[in-house]
Design a protein around this ligand. Structure first.
Ligand SMILES: C[S@@+](CC[C@H](N)C(=O)[O-])C[C@H]1O[C@@H](n2cnc3c(N)ncnc32)[C@H](O)[C@@H]1O
Length: 218
């Protein structure tokens, strides 16, 4: 049986969450595309909580929302280092640069996070993935590029404007045949997949996590 993965990334506001479900042999496996929560901590939060000066190469922040766990923040210097060293495909770089000044661009996953997802797709031999929260498609494009030709990604996003950018890049990268775009609330997309008999334990788990998260948000 294929192994399930769960990695989590949270924002300071605890509302940004991208979840990817991967599977092989027709079964979905959970992989929340969530890694460095610190990247999403607000700068003022960091300044208030940091235990070293803002000139330091990194800041160790504490945030009571996360049980006062210490996290390492990505500073501009570290981010530059990542950009200089991560193997970011040209098409992803183009997307990142085009969307850098778009509203909400701070929600985009970082190049290292996207490459981690792509690597997990390859390690798992995943063929079926779900992404909840596509935004402009950075992580979903990384996943689609890593999927085999027979692979498929269900990409759920409620914001039409962001999806237009994502679709443009799926086309440009030549992966649009692997991506099923679901515009609307992810819960509806998951429900209809379950109703269509695509359910398995992990898809139910995903639906439940999403449901609880929405309840928490009110
Ligand atoms: C953190 S961003 C996703 C970043 C994206 N994975 C990337 O690589 O750029 C979260 C996205 O989830 C979308 N979203 C939030 N709640 C949603 C819901 N209930 N259904 C569908 N999309 C949702 C938002 O519109 C936003 O674009």
């Amino acid at each position: 049986m294929a192994t399930g993965f769960a990695i989590s990334r949270c924002s300071a506001l605890a509302y940004q969450r991208a979840v990817v479900y991967l599977s092989r042999r027709q079964q979905f496996h959970a992989l929340s595309s969530l890694t460095a929560k610190s990247r999403f901590l607000k700068l003022n939060n960091l300044t208030r909580n940091c235990s070293s000066s803002s000139n330091a190469p990194f800041i160790v922040a504490e945030d009571e929302k996360y049980g006062n766990k210490q996290v390492i923040s990505i500073t501009p210097r570290l981010y530059d280092y990542i950009l200089a060293n991560v193997r970011e495909p040209q098409i992803l770089r183009q997307l990142r640069e085009e969307t850098a000044n778009m509203r909400g661009s701070q929600m985009q996953v970082s190049p290292d996070q996207a490459q981690l997802l792509a690597m997990l797709v390859q390690i798992l031999g995943a063929e079926r993935c779900i992404e909840i929260g596509v935004y402009t498609g950075y992580s979903s494009l990384a996943i689609a590029l890593a999927l085999p030709e027979s692979g498929c990604l269900v990409a759920c996003e409620r914001d039409a404007r962001s999806l237009e950018v994502a679709k443009k890049y799926y086309e440009l990268a030549g992966v649009s045949q692997k991506v099923i775009v679901k515009h609307g609330l992810a819960a509806d997309a998951l429900k209809s997949m379950i109703l269509n008999g695509e359910a398995c334990r992990c898809l139910f788990k995903a639906a439940m996590i999403l449901h609880l998260w929405m309840l928490k948000r009110g």
